[in-house]
Ligand binder design. Structure first.
Ligand code: ZN
Length: 147
């Protein structure tokens, strides 16, 4: 099986069966993200324990890329501290926007998003959940738009 096929199957699977989907009760922080270009809308919930993201969930509706990206993100960041999450975001952003960027082994399944780079119009679909997570963590407004 080709790597690209594996990545595509991973995206399809996370779109069909999103992980950590649903609301998170208080005392969770939350933020709403919107990508008007595609119509993707999602809310990210996060419960912090000190610097650690003890729990992360999301809900909303959007295209396959936005849903799969949010699902993969929640799996990747849950249990990590803020600094690690910030570093992961930087890597994902580079993977999505820099020609020829190779996924680092530490990205794990997030590497599946590398295929999105071939479709520049969909990059905002993939980054929406990360911007929304940053907003929920208090690094920006509680409502974000990719515009
Ligand atoms: Zn989208």
């Amino acid at each position: 099986m080709q790597l690209q096929d594996l990545y595509r199957d991973l995206i399809l699977d996370h779109n069909r069966h999103p992980r950590n989907f649903g609301r998170l009760g208080a005392p969770a922080r939350q933020a709403l993200g919107h990508n008007p270009l595609c119509g993707d809308q999602l809310t990210v919930f996060v419960r912090l324990e000190g610097e650690k993201l003890a729990d992360v969930r999301f809900e909303g509706s959007g295209c396959a890329i936005s849903t799969a990206s949010a699902s993969l993100m929640t799996e990747a960041v849950k249990g990590k501290d803020r600094a690690t999450v910030g570093a992961l975001y930087d890597q994902v952003h580079a993977l999505l926007t820099e020609d020829g960027a190779q996924p680092d082994a530490s990205l794990g399944k997030l590497a599946a998003l590398s295929g999105v780079r071939e479709f520049p119009a969909r990059v905002k679909c993939a980054t929406l959940c990360w911007h929304t997570l940053n907003a929920a963590l208090g690094e920006g407004s509680a409502t974000v738009s990719t515009e």
